[in-house]
Ligand binder design. Structure first.
Ligand SMILES: [Zn+2]
Length: 305
């Protein structure tokens, strides 16, 4: 969910500094992250939003996006730690705490992660409407009169769009074939910190990322969508978006939209222990397959060398 309280200017500054930080990191990265593409020892789990940034507000039930993402991430972390004792799990947050958008990937970079998994919840765009909001006075003396005030609010309605999609970094969206996607295409990438696709620095950054991390990110994203579909969810597949949280993390990474909060069935599922556990399990199975695939590729490259 976009952080609407950030002005356009704030976004620009944010992106600029994050990109600078990223470029610096790329230059002085420890060798393993760039040179050993087959390593998977450290996984960074990013529960989207947190604290004063609630993400998408709850619809008919009680959990806001930040609560759902944290619940899923904590379950996922536990499954990984129980089943893969050698895997190091780094949490961006384990509690309801606020970090600036750039801090999410900075934490991942400091931890030297091999894979970045950002968990989010989607929603379709609300309609912006003007509603009465008390009264105010205009004019002076005998011309002074009371007039109605209005404010603009976003009213969200229930959507029929239901299911998951997983984003990897890219400046252009994949061609959208599904009719359902057309209904919410504007919000399909409505997460904090969208990169400016026309900015030359951004283009360099994305090109570097693409070369180093994109194919592994797509491999993992495909597994996530496959496993979510196997657990009975509708999958919209792998998408690309200029998401700063991915661009800023110097490792393969994905951002998973785990469902639509303003779809009552999705919301019920996302609020339930079983739904959260099933999503966590689907992501865990994807990690397992991804790790096996990396090990297989490591063997092949060892034979070739
Ligand atoms: Zn979000």
């Amino acid at each position: 969910m976009a952080m609407k309280y950030l002005s356009g200017m704030a976004y620009k500054k944010l992106s600029f500094f994050s990109i600078l930080a990223f470029l610096l990191i790329m230059d002085c990265l420890p060798a393993h992250a760039q040179n050993n593409p087959h390593q998977l020892k450290r996984i960074v789990l990013d529960a989207g939003h947190g604290g004063k940034d609630i993400g998408t507000p709850h619809f008919q039930l009680s959990m806001d996006e930040k609560d759902i993402t944290l619940a899923i991430v904590l379950k996922l972390g536990k499954i990984i730690q129980d089943s893969m004792p050698d895997m190091q799990v780094i949490y961006v947050r384990k509690t309801d705490v606020y970090y600036k958008p750039a801090e999410h990937h900075e934490i991942a970079n400091k931890a030297n992660g091999d894979l970045f998994i950002s968990v989010h919840v989607n929603s379709t765009a609300g309609r912006r409407i003007r509603v009465p909001n008390g009264y105010h006075y205009v004019g002076k003396g005998k011309h002074r009169r009371r007039v109605r005030s209005y404010k603009t609010v976003t009213r969200r309605e229930a959507t029929e769009a239901s299911g998951t999609m997983t984003f990897v970094l890219g400046l252009h969206r994949n061609p959208q074939k599904s009719k359902a996607i057309e209904n919410y295409s504007e919000t399909a990438t409505d997460e904090p910190g969208m990169l400016d696709a026309d900015d030359p620095t951004t283009q360099i950054l994305v090109a570097q990322y693409t070369q180093t991390f994109l194919s592994r990110s797509i491999d993992f994203a495909s597994l996530v969508e496959q496993n979510l579909a196997k657990s009975g969810r509708n999958s919209y597949g792998v998408k690309q978006a200029g998401l700063e949280v991915l661009a800023g993390s110097a490792m393969p990474g994905v951002l998973i939209e785990t469902g639509f909060i303003n779809n009552p069935e999705d919301e019920k599922y996302l609020n339930s222990e079983i739904g959260q556990q099933q999503i966590a399990l689907a992501i865990y199975r994807s990690i397992k397959s991804y790790k096996a695939e990396l090990a297989r590729k490591a063997k092949v490259s060892a034979i070739q060398n």
